[in-house]
Design a protein. Structure first.
Length: 409
């Protein structure tokens, strides 16, 4: 108890501001311990695990518990506890320790030490038991961690050993203070507990030792936690890299970054409203504003290099090829492979002076190049136009490179 008081006083002094921790011997504000011999009741709905005041006097009790401490010999059990504190710590101290001036207010919980601990020493917060989880769940919370301290969220079958987890996330501490919105993959068709696990209290540099973890505003969401239907988890497809959107999503307007790849190609950008070329084999109308074109004779190339496609996508492009012999081919090249023909316009109606939009399915690959070839244009009066490059989800038809999505990348 006296050692705990000493550690709390050090943390309080280190964090500064108006932080308050009850340091009396008779009222240490520990989040209660989990007692295996007298288990807590199962929750009846997911929001039972929402926790904002952490057992402060006069508030709804939180259905979370500290894990019982065990020494690190021979294997590390739980070593530190989460303690309730209130009021904001110092902004200057926050920026120095956590890399952000944003602080918590009102009540939150804190765990930490100024002693360099075993790298596997942990502070574990354990939920009341959950009968089951229907489908995927969501676990949301805010956090502050000092350098080296990481936080994982795990599931543990009810009654299992302390660190016998059935699933764990990776480290979720990327950009204090969050909040992190983590998917708990389901369905979970057995009794289990959620475990918040902080570790890495072994920092030793620049005159500082140990580490600090602060948790606030815990929320858990699941469609059902009793009599659950077995809805399988399906991993969402990965988000396309921003660079891929820059390369493959293009309307060829002046401020589009994709037009940089035109510099060394045989295609040109056209932004006038007047028809391009003659009435028979030229481009009479734009698709939507500016477009790019190739003009004969011969074969003209437009190449996009180093395209990382990390999920299946539908690539849409719009083509204007009015004259006989005005054909387009698209070729893809993968590392250590020969180039592959992905598309040919041989079957389109060339006498129709309309833009025709086509789609290709790209499978996950790192393409060294994707090349558009206006193939063997017979004369200087032969034109091929391209515009309206889009990257879509082949199932939902969602634009994967819309401004709203790209701004999140």
């Amino acid at each position: 108890m006296e050692h705990l008081q000493y550690q709390l006083k050090l943390l309080q002094d280190k964090l500064g501001g108006d932080i308050e921790v009850d340091l009396s011997l008779t009222s240490i504000p520990l989040i209660k311990y989990r007692i295996p011999s007298s288990p807590n009741p199962f929750i009846s709905q997911s929001c039972d695990l929402d926790c904002f005041s952490f057992d402060a006097l006069g508030t709804t009790p939180c259905k979370w518990n500290n894990e019982i401490n065990e020494p690190c010999n021979p294997n590390c059990g739980d070593s530190l506890d989460f303690i309730r504190a209130k009021n904001s710590w110092g902004r200057k101290e926050s920026s120095l320790i956590f890399g952000t001036e944003t602080t918590a207010s009102k009540y939150y919980i804190i765990s930490g030490t100024d002693i360099k601990m075993n790298p596997e020493a942990t502070a574990m917060l354990v939920s009341n038991p959950i009968q089951c989880q229907e489908g995927d769940g969501q676990f949301i919370f805010r956090y502050w961690t000092s350098p080296g301290v990481s936080i994982q969220i795990c599931t543990r079958r009810f009654g299992s050993l302390m660190k016998d987890f059935t699933w764990c996330s990776g480290n979720v501490t990327i950009g204090d203070p969050g909040p992190i919105n983590l998917i708990i993959p389901g369905s979970i068709m057995y009794n289990f507990e959620l475990v918040l696990l902080a570790k890495g209290f072994n920092f030793d540099a620049f005159g500082s030792r140990g580490g600090i973890a602060i948790i606030d505003d815990i929320m858990y969401k699941a469609s059902s936690v009793q009599n659950c239907a077995n809805i399988p988890h399906i991993d969402p497809p990965p988000i396309l890299p921003k660079t891929t959107c820059t390369q493959l999503s293009c309307e060829f307007e002046e401020d589009d970054q994709c037009i940089e790849s035109l510099k060394y190609s045989g295609f040109w950008r056209y932004s006038d409203e007047e028809p391009l070329g003659n009435l028979h084999t030229g481009i009479r109308i734009p698709y939507k504003g500016s477009f790019i074109y190739a003009r004969g004779p011969g074969t003209k190339f437009y190449k996009i290099n180093n395209v990382n496609i990390n999920r299946q996508v539908a690539f849409e492009f719009c083509l204007y090829a009015p004259g006989d012999g005005a054909n387009l081919e698209i070729w893809g090249t993968i590392i250590n492979s020969n180039e592959t023909l992905l598309y040919s316009s041989n079957n389109i109606e060339h006498s129709n002076h309309q833009w025709t939009c086509q789609r290709l399915i790209f499978h996950p690959n790192n393409y060294t190049s994707i090349e558009f070839r206006a193939k063997k244009l017979p004369s200087q009066f032969s034109y091929v136009g391209l515009d309206g490059f889009k990257v879509l989800d082949p199932m939902t038809q969602q634009n994967l490179c819309s401004n709203d999505i790209v701004n999140l990348l």
